[in-house]
Structures are given as structure tokens and as C-alpha cells.
Design a binder for this molecule. Structure first.
Ligand code: GTP
Ligand code: MG
Length: 629
């Protein structure tokens, strides 16, 4: 199926032509038929000579109904532009063409209607010249009369060529995992016995019977319990298509034009975004009022506009030959489901002349503009982005994002995660890796007896958005031990000073203990030199100025072996104990072990328990142990 929207000035014969082509009545309302004027969107379809189905969305031409026109044109990829031979180029011809251009529609054709009433030559030349300056470029022109039928066959042939050119169109470069469904609702009604039905132009993706979708912006889940395309039931319909969906789980008065049915997790529902506005040749230096209307698909909402870096742009700009893009932060009255790269229309209904601008959504979740000069910095950043931003662009700006956030912004070219589903800008990640050891070292210098820097403190110091990023950053220079980060020295030699208990070339945690601690520890070690299991008692430790915290710090850097809070031995005492215990008959009792080690129960019991934990000894029933082989 193909979908084409009409466009053109009021009374130029759009609906009459659609009626003549399809045999269907696009003006659905009695009021429309009474007044001979289209008010709301009309829908009709035909089968082309080649067998293809072509659906029309017929729009109103009257200037009062421009919002309806935009809702019809918004999601449609091609346009049948209509100008009456006896009317010529008119204000809404220009306004509709500006909308077509702002939407970036590239496929279309020109139909000169009412050709039985006037020579189509002049209107054709005028219209082709106007159209040539827009995204449509060069189009075919077909003169017709819906009254005499003259030219209708030529028009059908031209439509066949138009849809052929549409099918050759490369889709958006977002193959994986297939385009996401976003159906902009343009009608909602009830059918007796069926419940709520909504219709819309499906621009991309596939809607299936039974599929669960979310109604945006409410975020309410709904299930498709039946779908139709061109009046026929279908199991699945792929865009571009006109579809009608019967919905389960939703009151009839809830869906409205401008809401959308979206695939969960694949759209960013946002009310703040950064856009690039491309001025037109007619209006190269637009002055934006603080409030504009934003249109996308069938939706329309108020947008507060903050032109970014406005203060940085001088008046010299006015002489520049090519219209320069304008970057703006928009705050929407109602949130919309958006992707980076989406096209939107910005419109100033109060402007004296034509004020319709095409814009691209660059960042659907922009960072706050807190600092002075943040706007100018944002312009510098965004001006390097392509119209369809890549994951790398968003990452450069945001530094760290979850894969799910980027997927919801419509991006699929994601780099490998750095941790969990976190993705990082490579330069920022390298900076973090270099920064973490500095942060941890600074923390340890301030509090040498601390068991290390709490991971949460490091997360905060580096402004990391997730705690699970800390372990991913730790590595060669910094080790994460439980909830603490510690500097990990490469070797004692690289430390530049010899330390007891550190063998050169082996990696050991280290730190810089205050001299009073190292002195106390040295006294303990001196005492243990003659009698390796005669651990100093609490009294002695206190006199040396060593409390549990100091002993823990000394043990962490390998100066002591700590078998209980206040029971310390020299490093290597565990191996010496194992050697002594190996000389006993196996298994042995605690008392036998204590005697062999020549120490007290105060030391022997925690030492044996330490050896149990280290799996040097094995605990047996009845206060017995044996050495593990
Ligand atoms: N003679 C002649 N009259 C035509 C032709 N096409 C349309 N008309 C007449 O022009 C008038 C307007 O036609 P519509 O089809 O309602 O025009 P429209 O563009 O749909 O108007 P809006 O939807 O209100 O913008 C009607 O009276 C039609 O009968 C034509 O080819 N020849
Ligand atoms: Mg009409």
C-alpha cells in the first residue's frame, strides 16, 4: 500500500479529484458536504492500473484548518499538490508547500485541476517554479478536469510512476531491530460490538494483531485486538499504510488525534529537546517568538523556545549568503514520543507572513543549561552533529548513557557497553580511568587509616550516574575490595622504598601509614622475632599506640598478619604455623596445637580459626583438626 496526501488552496478541487479517482467520498461530515468545503481529514483509496493500492489522505485547504492539514500531511511520505487552472497560485498553496518543505517531503506530483475552466498553462508554470525551490524539487505536472474526466488516465499513470519511485526509496538507516512502530492517531471512534477503534497513517514498522502498544503520552498499555487496512481485516500491516486498529483495554473517549500508539521501550517520551531549525531561503534569518506551535505526525503542542547561543550570534549574521541553521531548546506543553533525527514543524500562527519552519530533533533528552555560556557551548557541540545523529554524537555530549536510553532515542549503532548496559564516550571513559587512581590516592592521603575509599564516594567524586560503573573503572591501578577502593602498587620497587612484608615484583596493596603507626608495628615485629606466636596483648598494643583501626591498616598493606581484631603476628606466621602443625599426629586437638606452637589459648584459638578459613587446616567433629594436603 502507498499513502499520498493532497495539498492545495481552498476550493481548488482536491476532494473532487479524490472522489473522481476513488469513487469514495472523502468529505465524511454532513457539514462538509453542506458547505462544500473540507474541514477535517478525509480518507479514500483506489487500485492503480498496475494493481497497487493507493490511499489518499485528503486535507482541507481553508486557512482556518491548517492544523488539520498538518495532521494529515505529517506522517505521509508523498503529496499530490493541487492548483486550480482558473485559480493559480494562492496563499494556502504557498502555506501548504511550506509545510511540505518543512517536513522534507521529497516525492510528489502537481495536478492542475479545473482545466476545463481555464488554460492550465500559466498555473502550471507558476506552481512548478514554486515547487522546484522546495524539498519536492522537479515534479511531474498533469492537467485534469474532474468534471469531464479529461486527464484522469494520465494522472493514474503518473501516480503509478510516483509510487514506483516511493518503493525504490531507501528506508531510514535503522535496520536493527526493525523500525519502531509509532502510529499517530488521526481518528478515534466506536463500532458497536467492537469498542474503540483508532486510525492513522503508519509511517514505518509493522503492527500485528495481539500486539501490545503504549498510548502516548499517557503511557497506558493497550492491546491490538483486530486491525484493518483499506477496509479489509489483516493479521499484520507494515508501514507505510493507512490502518484502523481495534483496541482492547481502553475507554473510547481516551484516544484523541495527536496521541500515538508506540512500541514500548523504543521511543523517548520527552517534553524537552534540542533541535536544529533550517531557515528557508524566503526567510533566512527568522526571529522566533518565545512560543511556537510544534507539529509532528498528527500531534501539535505549544513549545517554549530558547534559541541557543543567541547572545553569541551577532548582527553580522544578517549578511551571510546561506541561511545558517538555528539551534534551539524547546520545552513542550505536552510530552511527545520522539527519536533523535525526527523532523518536526515549528509554526508561528500569529506571524504576519508565512512562518513555518522545518526542524530536526537532535537531542531528545538534553542536559540542563546551567552554566553561563552553556547555550553557546551547546551550539558549538550540536553544529557538528548530522541531521540524523549517531550514538557517538549523543555519547560525546552525555558521556555515559544506558543502552536502553539510546535505543529509545532510535539509535541502533551502539558501541559495546563498558559495564552492564552502560555505554561511554571513549574519550570520557579514558579520562575516568586516569582520574580514578588520583581520586583514590587523594582520599587515602587524607585518611591513611581508612580501609580505602568507599566506592560510593568515588562514584560521587567522578559524578558517575551509576554505582555499577565503579568496578568497571577499577583495574590495574585501583582495586575494589568489597565496598572500598585502594591503590594497587605495581611492585615494591616501583614504590621507590622498601617495605617489610613486600616482596619485589609481587603486587600488594600499599598505602602511606603515618610514622607513629609504622614505628609501633616495628616494635611488635621486633617482639615477635624471637617468639613468633607470642602475639602482644591488648595492653602492650595500647602502649604502642595501636588500636584495631591502625592494626587493620597495617595488615592491609602487608605489614602484619591479623588473625583477630587485636591479635596480630608477623607476616608469614601462618606458614610457620602450618609447618609446626604438620609435625603433629593427625588429627590433633586445640590443646596439642597450642603446645606445639608454644603459645596461649588467646592466640592459638583465633590462629587455628584463621587457618581453617584459609583452608590450611580442616575442622573435624570433637575439637579435632587436621592439615589439608
Ligand atoms: N468545472 C470543474 N469544477 C471542479 C473541478 N474540480 C472541482 N470542481 C469544483 O470546485 C469546487 C471545489 O471543489 P472541492 O473538491 O470541494 O475543493 P477542495 O480543494 O477539496 O476544497 P477544500 O477541501 O475546502 O479546500 C466544487 O464546487 C467542485 O465541484 C473540475 O475539474 N472542473
Ligand atoms: Mg476538500
Amino acid at each position: 500500500m502507498y499513502v499520498v496526501a493532497t495539498a492545495g488552496h481552498v476550493d481548488h478541487g482536491k476532494s473532487t479529484l479524490v472522489r473522481a479517482l476513488t469513487g469514495m467520498e472523502p468529505d465524511r461530515w454532513a457539514e462538509e458536504r453542506r458547505r462544500g468545503m473540507t474541514i477535517d481529514l478525509g480518507y479514500a483509496w483506489m487500485t492503480l492500473p498496475g494493481g497497487e493500492n493507493l490511499a489518499f489522505v485528503d486535507v482541507p485547504g481553508h486557512e482556518r484548518f491548517v492544523p488539520n492539514m498538518l495532521a494529515g500531511l505529517g506522517p505521509v511520505p508523498a503529496v499530490m499538490f493541487i492548483v486550480a487552472a482558473d485559480g493559480g497560485w494562492m496563499p494556502q498553496s504557498a502555506e501548504h508547500l511550506a509545510a511540505v518543505n518543512a517536513l522534507g517531503v521529497t516525492h510528489g506530483l502537481l495536478v492542475i485541476t479545473r482545466s476545463d475552466l481555464a488554460d492550465p498553462g500559466l498555473a502550471t508554470r507558476q506552481a512548478l517554479a514554486e515547487i522546484a525551490r522546495t524539498s519536492l524539487g522537479t515534479v511531474e505536472a498533469v492537467p485534469v478536469s474532474a468534471v469531464t474526466g479529461e486527464g484522469l488516465d494520465d494522472l493514474k499513470d503518473a501516480l503509478v510512476r510516483l509510487v514506483a519511485s516511493l518503493s525504490g526509496q531507501p528506508g531510514p538507516a535503522r535496520a536493527e531491530p526493525g523500525p519502531a512502530v509509532r502510529l499517530w492517531i488521526d481518528r478515534s471512534f466506536t463500532i458497536r460490538g467492537a469498542g474503540t477503534v483508532v486510525t492513522g497513517t503508519l509511517a514505518a514498522g509493522t503492527v500485528r494483531n495481539g500486539q501490545e502498544l503504549l498510548l502516548a503520552p499517557a503511557g497506558r498499555p493497550v492491546r491490538v485486538r483486530g486491525l484493518e487496512a483499506l477496509g479489509k481485516p489483516a493479521e499484520a500491516v507494515a508501514g507505510v499504510a493507512r490502518v484502523a486498529l481495534n483496541l482492547r483495554g481502553i475507554p473510547v473517549d481516551l484516544p484523541e488525534r495527536g496521541m500515538a500508539l508506540i512500541e514500548p521501550g523504543r521511543w523517548t517520551l520527552t517534553s524537552e529537546l534540542d533541535v536544529r531549525v533550517t531557515p528557508t531561503a524566503d526567510n533566512p534569518h527568522p526571529k522566533f517568538p518565545p512560543d511556537l506551535l510544534l507539529h509532528i505526525g498528527s500531534a501539535r503542542t505549544r513549545a517554549r523556545v530558547r534559541v541557543l547561543g543567541a547572545d553569541a550570534v551577532g548582527g553580522a549574521e544578517d549578511d551571510s549568503p546561506a541561511p545558517a541553521p538555528v539551534y534551539a531548546r524547546l520545552r513542550l506543553q505536552d510530552p511527545l514520543p520522539l527519536h533523535a533525527g525526527d523532523r518536526v514543524i515549528l509554526r508561528d500562527p500569529g506571524a504576519a507572513g508565512l512562518a513555518i519552519y522545518g526542524a530536526r530533533v537532535l537531542d531528545p533528552f538534553p542536559p540542563p543549561l546551567a552554566r553561563r555560556g552553556a547555550g553557546a557551548a551547546a551550539v558549538r557541540e550540536l553544529s557538528a552533529w548530522p541531521d540524523i545523529p549517531r550514538a557517538a554524537d549523543l555519547l560525546r555530549r552525555h558521556k555515559l548513557l544506558r543502552a536502553s536510553q539510546l535505543a529509545a532515542a532510535g539509535l541502533s549503532d551502539l558501541p559495546a557497553p563498558v559495564a552492564g548496559d552502560w555505554l561511554a564516550d571513549p574519550a570520557h571513559w579514558a579520562w575516568l580511568r586516569a582520574e580514578l587512581p588520583k581520586v583514590v590516592a587523594a582520599f587515602s592521603a587524607k585518611d591513611p587509616l581508612a580501609p580505602g575509599m568507599p566506592a560510593e564516594a568515588a562514584r560521587a567524586a567522578l559524578s558517575l550516574p551509576g554505582r555499577d560503573l565503579v568496578p568497571a573503572l577499577a583495574g590495574q591501578d585501583v582495586v575494589l575490595d568489597g565496598a572500598y577502593l585502594r591503590i594497587f602498587a605495581k611492585s615494591a620497587a616501583e614504590q621507590g622504598e622498601g617495605r617489610p612484608g613486600l616482596a619485589a615484583g609481587t603486587a600488594k596493596p600499599t598505602g602511606h601509614l603515618p610514622p607513629r603507626i609504622t614505628e609501633g608495628v616495628q616494635a611488635v615485629l621486633d617482639g615477635l622475632a624471637d617468639d613468633p606466636f607470642a602475639a602482644p596483648d591488648t595492653e602492650r598494643l595500647r602502649s604502642l599506640g595501636l588500636d584495631a583501626r591502625a592494626l587493620a591498616a597495617a595488615a592491609r598493606v602487608g605489614l602484619l598478619l591479623r588473625v583477630a581484631d587485636l591479635v596480630v603476628l608477623a607476616p608469614g606466621a601462618d606458614k610457620e604455623a602450618a609447618r609446626v602443625l604438620a609435625g603433629l599426629d593427625q588429627p590433633f586437638t586445640t590443646s596439642q596445637a597450642r603446645q606445639a606452637l608454644g603459645t596461649s589459648r588467646r592466640v592459638a584459638i583465633p590462629l587455628l580459626e584463621y587457618l581453617d578459613r584459609a583452608r590450611v587446616t580442616e575442622r573435624l567433629p570433637g575439637d579435632l583438626r587436621r592439615l589439608r594436603s
